[in-house]
Design a protein around this ligand. Structure first.
Ligand code: PMM
Length: 269
């Protein structure tokens, strides 16, 4: 999955693809580089970010989705709002990526159920502005598993077909670096819920912290976190993840081609 943030303020690519034609060209480029789906988002979810209203979010994403769909590119809509998801599906999106796992908007489940598209349910504890205060766990793996399982049950109860559900542990969302690494080590415990798992580490701040310089300064958000993103993505697929979500598609696609050609076994599936 290639990331296409049509926002002025996303943490790593904010502003670069705010222009419609630049966004569409980048989406097509990521497809050429090996992405199976392009994830279009119009609202930044970086820690501390405020909200944009639904009209502005739709204004940003809908023309880009229409153009990409017309070019034959499969698009998911990265939104927590049912109205934006419905309009995006109308414009040609073929999946909903909801970082709130259905918690932010009570109408989302009905939109997804009636349209029949796949729904990525991410583990989430609250909107970006205050989420890092919610990064409190006794056992992060068990709690993320339990909370994801509740979101799956709610989706099924709302009429979403089981085969349309994809889960995501939501690295960096109400999670410290330690929590992210614990989830990475125990992906099999989440995959054992029985749903495809999406793993999304791309350029996140815990990778910047890992790669800090000799003076302790974190590696800045951007391309210089891409090699670490490739490594975490390959580890996740080797552990049984169904998909990975990245900004720079080609290197991850190449690394996964090497992993596939090697015939190395998956640790869980
Ligand atoms: N992370 C971001 C945005 N959307 N969607 C899913 N499913 N999982 C994630 O971890 C996730 C997401 C963070 O912002 P970015 O678009 O700049 O990566």
């Amino acid at each position: 999955m290639g990331i296409l943030n049509v926002t002025p303020d996303s943490f790593s690519d904010g502003g670069r693809y705010a222009d419609r034609s630049a966004a569409v060209a980048h989406g097509i480029e990521m497809r050429t580089d090996g992405a199976h789906v392009i994830d279009v988002g119009g609202e930044s979810t970086r820690p501390g970010a405020g909200r944009v209203d639904a009209a502005e979010e739709s204004r940003r994403v809908l023309p880009v989705i229409r153009d990409l769909a017309a070019a034959g590119v499969r698009v998911s809509i990265d939104t927590t709002r049912a109205s934006v998801a419905a309009a995006a599906i109308e414009a040609g999106a073929v999946a909903v990526n909801d970082v709130s796992g259905g918690l932010a908007d009570p109408d989302m489940a009905a939109v997804v159920a009636s349209s029949g598209v796949p729904w990525i349910l991410m583990h989430w504890r609250g909107h970006s502005r205050g989420m890092q205060q919610l990064a409190v766990y006794q056992d992060v793996v068990a709690e993320v598993r339990g909370e994801l399982s509740q979101r799956v049950d709610a989706a099924l109860a709302a009429g979403v077909a089981a085969e349309k559900i994809i889960i995501d542990p939501g690295l960096g969302f109400a999670k410290s670096a330690e929590h992210n690494w614990a989830l990475t080590r125990h992906l099999g415990d989440l995959i054992s819920l029985g749903f495809p798992l999406l793993f999304a580490t791309s350029r996140k701040s815990y990778l910047g912290a890992l790669l800090r310089g000799p003076d302790g300064t974190p590696r800045p958000a951007g391309e210089r976190r891409d090699a670490a993103t490739v490594a975490t993505s390959v580890l996740a697929v080797a552990a049984g993840a169904w998909g990975v979500r990245v900004h720079q598609v080609r290197d991850t696609a190449d690394a996964l081609a090497v992993w596939t050609a090697s015939g190395a076994p998956r640790l869980s599936s």
